[in-house]
Every structure is written in structure tokens, then in C-alpha cells.
Design a protein around this ligand. Structure first.
Ligand code: PLP
Length: 417
């Protein structure tokens, strides 16, 4: 049992104050007020053990990996590969070679679009996406569709922000080559019935790429249980560093795919006549990777597992339920996204006040939320709003911070009354 585990109180609930003490940034004051950080869906904060791991790597372990026999290179290589194994366990991948280090979710999706899409999707083929997608799971497919003369079919959502499963079922045709779907919507918090969606796609022989950017930090993800073909997520949303992410892919698919980027480390041999590629996962990790960030992500995963994803999930559900109830009580605003199954995202619009004004006034109270289209413009179009205010919670947020959010919104309403 790790030291972090001991922070959990007997009842199995999270000792939030003790967890908060691990995050130096949460002690900040903004505009003279204690920081209330509710922009976790954009990027979460980093606990001291992860910061310490980065410092240790930079001060005593750094060298380039995979390329030398000297002590530091071997040390850095073994720590980098150990981080891969930690992430393999974190998502329950069958094999460590199914875990590819990327620079983030966007990079992972682009890898699939180039490595799988450009090879296996052609003229007249179809790709199924959902209205809930982040731009990073739309634009790479549009670029591919344009290049290959393929077609994108979009599955609609209902007024609560839930996917229309019947429409999804009806979207398949003999030409369907791939489904790209988010596990959790970053704009609304909707949790998609992803396991069922994968089952339906597989019944048609179609592989599924899951955008897990908003799921991996908040719930236990088991890629074998989901039976997804690809699963992408970002380190910086899960208490790790920026510049690192993961693409999980089933080995048999990764092996059939073409590399995305060419360069050092992704080859076995190179002549001017012919290059043979390295085995997976190295085939997809050209050049010097973000070694420190990968090791930092390994430490972040250790930290989250120390707390327990089930415990994190339960606390965040409490935060969301309380915030939803309190915000609804205020009146004069509309929550956008009221799905039955939601992760810790509360999107709303305040009547008569532009979201950017709400965000600016909340900042004066030390409350950090995000306002805008959240890189999900089709979701905004569906709800006929240009933007929303989005409070997104992490396990280190408290019910008192929800109260601070609600009090700050009340102030905004008074200013604009
Ligand atoms: C659902 C979803 N997908 C993809 C991304 C892109 O992640 P990144 O910018 O780390 O590549 C985000 C980031 O907000 C997201 O929320």
C-alpha cells in the first residue's frame, strides 16, 4: 500500500484536504482570493510527487534513450519503458507494445488517421463520428475524407446531449470503415455508452477509435473490457506533464498500419534503396520522444492509482451533483448538457450575459472556469449557443469551491441585473 493510499479515510472516501496538500499551485491567490480551479477539463494540475519525479529525472537520469550503452542512456531507457508498463497496467492493455507514446490525444488521433486511415480508407468509404466530438476527432477525418474522397456520417444527439443510439445503429453501411467516438464529451460531460457502441461496430466488422481525453482522468478505463481498437488520451489532463499522451492500439492493427512519422528510432535498417521499419510500438515513435514527460506521466498514473479511480470518480460525482443542484437553484441560467450519465463537467449559459463576461467576472473572484466553444463547435451549433461557461471538476475540488462558484455567478447576475 503506497503512502498516498493512506490518505484515503476508512470509509473509502477521498480525503480531499490531504490530496489538495499535494498540489502546490492550489495554494495560489488570484486577485486576492483563494484560487478555485475549475478548468480541469482543459488541463489538470500536477501533484508534488510528479513534480519531484521530473526533477529527479532531469537532475540524475537524463540522456537520450535506446541509442547508447552508457549508464545514463540505459537508465533513461529503462525508466521510459517502465513508464510504458505502468500505463499498460493503468488501462489494462494486453501487451506493452500496444502502448504508444504520443504528444497528446490530438497526436494519437492523427496517428490513426494517417497510419490506419490513409492505408485502409478509400474512395467512397465512410467514417462514423458523433456530434459530441472535439475538433481533434473531426478535423483529421475531414482532411482524410477530402484526400480520399471518403464520406463522414455524423450521429446526432438529443436535447439532453445524449447520443441517439438508434441513429448510430442506422449509420452503418457496407462502406463503413471506422468509428471515431468520444468516451466523454468535453463540452457537456456526457458519458457515451461506448462499450455498446463498440459492440455494434464490431458486429459490422468496423474498428473503433475512442477519444478518451476526458474519460481516462475520471474513471477506470479497461481497454480489454471495452474491446476498443484504439484509445487516445493526454497526460496533461491526468495530473501529468504537457507534451505527452498515449495511443493504445490492438497489436494486430498497429502491425498492419503504416508509420505516421519517419525518422530515427522507428527503423530497423535504412539504405537509400529501402527502409525496414522497427517493431511496434517503436515504429510509431520517430525521433527523440518527450522522455521526461513520459516518465512524469508514469508518476501521475502511480499517483492516481494510489488514490483509486473509483474513489476519484465517486468524489467527482458528488461535486457534479451538488454543483448541478446549486446552480439550478440560482435560476436565470440554463445548463447545457443534462445527460443521465455525466462526468464532472457543468456547462451553462447565464441569461443575458455573454459567457466571456461571466468568465472575466468569475476570475475577479479567483474562480477559474473556461468560456468559449471548447473546441466543440458542432455541439454549440446543436444547442444554438455561440459559447458556454464550463466548470470542470477534479478530485481535488471541494464542495466549498462549488459554493464559491455559485456565489460568484450570483454576483455576475447582480452586476447584469
Ligand atoms: C474530448 C477531447 N478530445 C481531444 C482533446 C485534445 O487534447 P490535446 O489538446 O491534449 O491533444 C481534448 C482537449 O480538450 C478533449 O477534451
Amino acid at each position: 500500500m503506497t503512502a498516498v493510499r493512506s490518505k484515503i479515510v476508512q470509509a473509502g472516501a477521498l480525503d480531499v484536504e490531504s490530496a489538495r496538500a499535494d498540489f502546490p499551485i492550489l495554494k495560489l491567490k488570484v486577485n486576492g482570493k483563494p484560487l478555485v480551479f475549475l478548468d480541469n477539463a482543459a488541463s489538470s494540475q500536477m501533484p508534488q510527487p510528479v513534480i519531484d519525479r521530473l526533477v529527479k529525472y532531469q537532475s540524475s537520469e537524463h540522456a537520450n534513450i535506446h541509442r547508447a550503452v552508457h549508464y545514463l542512456s540505459e537508465k533513461a531507457t529503462s525508466e521510459y519503458e517502465a513508464a510504458r508498463r505502468k500505463i499498460q497496467a493503468f488501462i489494462n492493455a494486453r501487451e506493452e507494445r500496444e502502448v504508444i507514446f504520443t504528444s497528446g490525444t490530438t497526436d494519437g488521433i492523427n496517428l490513426v488517421a494517417h497510419g490506419y486511415g490513409r492505408k485502409f480508407i478509400g474512395d467512397g468509404d465512410e467514417i462514423i463520428l458523433t456530434t459530441l466530438e472535439h475538433h481533434s476527432n473531426i478535423v483529421p477525418w475531414q482532411m482524410l475524407a477530402e484526400e480520399k474522397n471518403a464520406r463522414i456520417r455524423v450521429v446526432p444527439i438529443n436535447d439532453r446531449g445524449e447520443l441517439d443510439l438508434n441513429a448510430y445503429r442506422g449509420s452503418f453501411s457496407a462502406r463503413t470503415k471506422l468509428v471515431g467516438a468520444t468516451h466523454v464529451s468535453n463540452a457537456l460531460g456526457t458519458i457515451n455508452p461506448i462499450r455498446e457502441m463498440i459492440e455494434i461496430a464490431h458486429a459490422h466488422g468496423v474498428p473503433v477509435l475512442v477519444d478518451g481525453a476526458q474519460a481516462a482522468p475520471h474513471m477506470k478505463v479497461d481497454v480489454q473490457d471495452l474491446d476498443c481498437d484504439f484509445y487516445a488520451f493526454s497526460g496533461h489532463k491526468l495530473c501529468g506533464p504537457t507534451g505527452i499522451g498515449i495511443l493504445y492500439g490492438k497489436a494486430e492493427l498497429l502491425e498492419r498500419m503504416q508509420p505516421f512519422k519517419g525518422g530515427g528510432d522507428m527503423i530497423l535498417s535504412v539504405t537509400f534503396e529501402k527502409t525496414t521499419y522497427n517493431t511496434i510500438p517503436h515504429k510509431f515513435e520517430a525521433g527523440t520522444p518527450p522522455i521526461a514527460a513520459a516518465i512524469g506521466l508514469g508518476a501521475a498514473v502511480d499517483y492516481l492509482e494510489g488514490l483509486g479511480l473509483d474513489v476519484i470518480s465517486a468524489h467527482e460525482t458528488d461535486l457534479l451533483d451538488y454543483a448541478t443542484q446549486q446552480v439550478n437553484r440560482l435560476g436565470g441560467l440554463r445548463i447545457i448538457g443534462t445527460a443521465e450519465r455525466k462526468a464532472a463537467v457543468l456547462s451553462f449559459v447565464v441569461e443575458g450575459v455573454h459567457p466571456h463576461d461571466v468568465g472575466t467576472l468569475l476570475n475577479e473572484e479567483g474562480v477559474a472556469i473556461r468560456t468559449g466553444h471548447h473546441c466543440a463547435q458542432p455541439v454549440m451549433q446543436r444547442f444554438k449557443v455561440p459559447a458556454t461557461c464550463r466548470a470542470s471538476f477534479a478530485f481535488y475540488n471541494t464542495l466549498a469551491e462549488v459554493d464559491a462558484l455559485v456565489a460568484a455567478i450570483r454576483k455576475v447576475q447582480k452586476v447584469f441585473a
